[in-house]
Design a protein around this ligand. Structure first.
Ligand code: M6R
Length: 363
């Protein structure tokens, strides 16, 4: 059932190009109206009434929510917040009937996420579940549901569930933008086109697995490392860091690159490994200067950059060219492989990391 792969996690990483196709199938058009989400009960009138959006989830799904927040704010011009579900419930959230609350959950059974969903409903918000499991509690209880269509995810470490959550959130953000008239067609068109190209691009990133494996083997004996990035790259850095901790037990921290100098730079010494993401053209020079600061203190940097970027570090991976807003969907792939190969090099049970369960049904 692992189809020749050593672990479910690796199989699921390699299934991403197909999962991307399945997720997008029938949901995008190359021309107006661009998006098609007939499963939504929300009418255009109702979609126009929302005043704010809350994205609520745990772990990896929360990291997808962070990207969704940025896409919704940027394209649909709605104030959006992403929250960890176990915090959301207890902070008296400003959710009302004018709030769209999106819960993101692979399993649709995570206790904290379900509790947040119920809290949002109690406050009269319109709830929408983004989930992978048909018939799950979140799918049944939310007012609306969009399925991610990733196929079964067996490995505890979430991979294709995360990337397909990103894709659904991108389509939803475009849908909101189109209905609300906040993004001109000339700006929607390149995003829709780029979404369609993501499966092949994910494929081409997977072809760089050898290089990533080499780097993972080198750092496998280290006890801590950093992931750096700004904006969307910071959201991806958080996901890369979680993945690495979860299965390789190497301690890591994700930092907004500009924040490093406000304390954490003190931890950088000769040989400290850093994975630095710089996929956003308008942030490139700023991130590069933060990376230089770290290198001046001896950091050993692996750069992950977009096509056409100036060089960030001696050792770097170049991602295929896509719309900057979509970069997370391909930039995370090397980080998944990196965590996987580091865990394998350390001899751990990748699919069943210690202390963790696939679905967390206690609060
Ligand atoms: O099923 P869910 O998406 O609600 O699960 C949420 C988290 O428990 C989950 O994403 C967890 O962080 C993963 N094991 C990370 O790889």
């Amino acid at each position: 059932e692992k189809a020749g792969y050593d672990h479910f996690m690796l199989k699921e990483i390699y299934e991403q190009p197909k999962a991307y196709r399945d997720t997008l199938e029938g949901r995008l058009f190359p021309r107006y109206p661009w998006t098609y989400l007939p499963e939504l009960s929300l009418t255009p009138e109702r979609l126009k009434q929302f005043r704010n959006v809350h994205l609520v989830a745990c772990g990896t799904a929360y990291h997808a929510g962070l990207v969704g927040k940025m896409a919704i704010e940027r394209w649909a011009r709605l104030p959006a917040e992403a929250d960890v579900a176990s915090e959301y419930r207890y902070r008296s959230p400003l959710a009302s009937p004018e709030t769209l609350v999106i819960v993101v959950s692979q399993s649709g059974e995570t206790a904290d996420t379900l509790a947040a969903l119920r809290e949002a409903k109690r406050r009269g918000a319109h709830t929408l579940a983004v989930t992978n499991v048909v018939g799950s509690t979140a799918a049944r209880e939310a007012d609306d549901v969009l399925f991610t269509r990733a196929g079964p995810e067996i490995s505890v470490a979430s991979t294709k569930a995360y990337t397909t959550q990103l894709l659904v959130l991108y389509v939803l953000a475009l849908h909101l933008a189109r209905v609300r008239g906040t993004l001109p067609d000339a700006e929607i068109e390149p995003v829709v086109r780029a979404l369609g190209e993501l499966p092949e691009q994910a494929e081409s990133v997977l072809q760089q697995a050898g290089e990533i494996r080499g780097y993972a083997q080198e750092i496998a004996s280290r006890e801590h490392l950093f992931f750096l990035g700004r904006g969307l790259d910071f959201a991806v850095a958080l996901e890369g860091s979680l993945k690495l901790k979860e299965i390789s037990y190497i301690h890591s921290e994700a930092y907004a690159a500009g924040e490093l100098k406000h304390g954490t730079l003190a931890l950088i010494e000769e040989g400290t490994p850093i994975v630095a993401l710089a996929t956003q053209p308008e942030l490139m020079s700023k991130t590069a200067s933060n990376v230089r600061e770290a290198m001046a203190r001896g950091a050993d940097v692996l750069g992950i950059v977009g096509a056409g970027s100036p060089s960030l570090s001696e050792r770097q991976l170049t991602l295929p060219d896509t719309h900057p807003a979509l970069m997370p969907a391909i930039a995370v792939v090397p980080l998944q492989l990196f965590a996987y190969y580091a865990a394998v090099a350390r001899g751990y049970d990748v699919d069943k990391p210690r202390n963790l369960a696939k679905s967390v049904t206690v609060e």
